[in-house]
Design a binder for this molecule. Structure first.
Ligand SMILES: Nc1ncnc2c1ncn2[C@@H]1O[C@H](COP(=O)(O)OP(=O)(O)OP(=O)(O)O)[C@@H](O)[C@H]1O
Length: 628
């Protein structure tokens, strides 16, 4: 049978759209000679099917192709035409702008009429939520105080992918929360991260409107944050067991956001003039960008606060950040999985005038009794570059400790990206453990020593606790640090307090036990001092015993590793090394040290691992001929 006999022109019946398409397809097949081509190529196949079946299949195929072509063409035209209808903006989770917009939208009650919520308990990282509908607005009979309390503890979060439309300055704006994508490397458990992306469609062609909206959100956010200090830290990827920060593949490192209540500067009690000089220096720096540029000096500033724990170092940083209206970006160098590469990337993610705060910057140093740390120093440098390479290839670092090196840290401080007005702040309890290279001006420009509490500080703290102004007396809400005046018992209290023996934190701890009883605080101070001294003596004694035991155990262990039957003094002659192999690795990467444990100038090489060997643990070379 010839397929031409199926020419719809020869078919009876009315001329319909279907007939027309059939005719068109059949004619094109005739034109292309598809029937005879198929017959010649697949004679056996064609033999099994009737010509009409083949012809109909081809027609269907061509029809489908035409429809698909039409669909794609429409999509192409639509995607090019769409931006002309509205401006679309995407805000990535973890980015500060995402935070501004979220809080702004919550304030604008954009999701006020949403019908689809996720309810969750409020955490310190949950910064925004939708206001629940209040009584008086007709929707609920619940006690208003109860509703308010509920709002403080529970978040109403609009669900993902449900668009909400609202009006802003006369424009229609559509907002959609998109669910976070599951993340993680192939061999990790895939879990979603963060609170998702936010998309805004602004129905206008005016680009300026988008800028204005972001500006308004930013201003609102700054205003809202005035009574708080924003503290960001490295967000740990949920899928990570191995130390990946933020979202893999993105530059969002600082995704863990907390808000600390604003701390007034005068609540930090330091010797006269100290706090003023820090604040003055920081303020001057912030307003001197042009001066730095003109003078050709990198526009950055570093501060180091050092001294015993509990003397107010961190308190100074938080109070300063609040007073200057700057955000804090905190990290610990001992964070598991942190490498030079991730440290650099994280630092690059800090915006202009953000404060990078490294608390306890000496923490990568070993405790003096920890032998394992020596081994770690040698391994850390080698590991650091390997881990960085692996991470580039998507292989996560092994669980464990940080492998940041001194050169990595110095690169961060000196890097080009640190010159955009970044402030670097560090705290330490052991300034002597820090490398001179780190402490040089340009990296650390201002060092402030914190000391144990003086009598003046004791009087000031006493006043802060008990000298409550007239108008606040009798109020159960009186705050220890607000508008205090001189208390008549303050001087006597200070005279009974020993100078430079206790920290402010310890003193504060004592005063808290008699928070509203100044007389009891005065009467009890001498007994408290005596008790604390006794406790310290006991602690020191226990510590001495512990160290002696640890030393003994070390000597026994060293003896066990010597050649059996060979007296210790001859071990060297028999080529025996009393230390494990790792000891020699340390010797090769660690600079030679003198008996005092201090390193010579030649040892300040910038590629040295931050951690230093314990000062009172003998080095491998010292151990070669153990004492008999
Ligand atoms: N100089 C001070 N003025 C006011 N409060 C202080 C001062 N020093 C310590 N405190 C109080 O003691 C507590 C601990 O202070 P902070 O964390 O600032 O000490 P730190 O020196 O940073 O300690 P660490 O080295 O352990 O981090 C805080 O509650 C703080 O309010």
């Amino acid at each position: 049978m010839d397929y031409q006999s199926f020419n719809p022109g020869s078919l009876p019946g009315p001329v319909t759209a279907g007939n027309a398409v059939n005719g068109l397809l059949a004619n094109s097949m005739t034109f292309l000679g598809l029937g005879s081509m198929l017959k010649s190529v697949f004679p056996s196949l064609v033999g099994q099917f009737s010509a009409s079946q083949i012809s109909n299949t081809i027609k269907l195929f061509l029809l489908g192709s035409t429809v698909e072509l039409g669909r794609r063409s429409w999509e192409w035209i639509y995607t090019r035409f769409r931006p002309k209808l509205y401006i679309s903006a995407t805000f990535l989770d973890g980015d500060p702008v995402h935070e501004w917009i979220m809080i702004f939208l919550a304030e604008k009650r954009v999701w006020y009429h949403a019908r689809d919520y996720t309810i969750q308990y409020k955490t310190s990282t949950q910064q925004w939520g939708v206001t629940v509908i209040r009584p008086g607005e007709g929707q609920t009979q619940v006690d208003p105080e109860g509703v308010e309390e509920l709002e403080e503890t529970v978040s109403f979060l609009p669900n993902y992918d449900t668009p909400q439309l609202f009006r802003w300055r006369g424009y229609w704006v559509e907002v959609i929360r998109e669910a976070p994508k599951p993340q993680g490397l192939p061999h990790e458990i895939k879990v979603s991260h963060g609170s998702g992306t936010l998309r805004l469609n602004l129905y206008t062609l005016n680009q300026g409107a988008l800028r204005d909206l972001i500006q308004e959100a930013k201003e609102y956010y700054i205003e809202e944050s005035k009574q708080q200090v924003i503290v960001r830290s490295l967000g740990i990827n949920q899928g990570m067991v191995h130390g990946i920060f933020g979202a893999p593949g993105s530059k969002q490192f600082w995704t863990d956001i907390k808000k600390k209540p604003y701390r007034p500067l005068d609540s930090v009690i330091l010797p006269k003039g100290v706090l003023d000089s820090i604040v003055k220096d920081a303020r001057e720096f912030i307003t001197s960008e042009h001066w730095y540029t003109r003078a050709g000096i990198p526009y950055r500033r570093g501060y180091l606060f050092h001294g015993p724990p509990g003397t107010g170092k961190s308190s100074t940083v938080y109070a300063l950040a609040g007073a200057l209206g700057l955000e804090l970006y905190t990290l610990s160098l001992s964070t598991s999985g942190l490498t030079d590469a991730t440290l650099q990337m994280a630092a690059d993610g800090i915006p202009k005038r953000g404060i990078l705060l490294i608390e306890d910057i000496d923490c990568a140093f070993p405790s003096r009794d920890d032998d394992e740390e020596e081994m770690r120093q040698a391994q850390a440098k080698a590991t650091s570059s390997r881990v960085a390479e692996n991470m580039m290839m998507g292989i996560p670092p092994p669980p464990g400790r940080s492998s940041v090196t001194m050169s990595g840290l110095l690169n961060v401080l000196d890097g080009v990206n640190s010159e955009n007005g970044k402030i670097f702040m560090a705290t330490t309890n052991y300034v002597d453990r820090l490398d001179d290279a780190l402490l040089r001006p340009g990296r650390i420009d201002m060092k402030v020593e914190y000391k144990l509490a003086s009598r003046d500080q004791a009087a000031a703290i006493f006043n802060r606790f008990f000298a409550v102004p007239e108008d606040a007396r009798g109020s159960s809400e009186k705050m220890p640090y607000e508008g205090s005046v001189h208390h008549p018992l303050a001087d006597e209290f200070a005279s009974r307090f020993p100078d430079n023996e206790f920290t402010v934190a310890e003193l504060q701890g004592y005063l808290l036990t008699c928070r509203t009883f100044p007389r009891a605080a005065l009467d009890g101070i001498s007994a408290w001092v005596a008790h604390e001294r006794e406790a310290r003596l006991g602690k020191a004694e226990r510590e001495r015993e512990r160290k002696a035991k640890a030393k003994e155990a070390k000597q026994v262990e060293t003896g066990a590793q010597m050649a059996p039957g060979v007296p210790p003094m001859f071990q060297g002659f028999f080529g025996m090394q009393p230390l494990p192999a790792s000891g020699s690795a340390i010797a090769s990467t660690q600079p030679p040290r003198d008996q005092s444990g201090l390193e010579g100038d030649q040892n300040l090489g910038s590629d040295r691992v931050i951690s230093a060997p314990p000062l009172d643990v003998p080095t491998s070379s010292e151990l070669k001929v153990p004492e008999l």
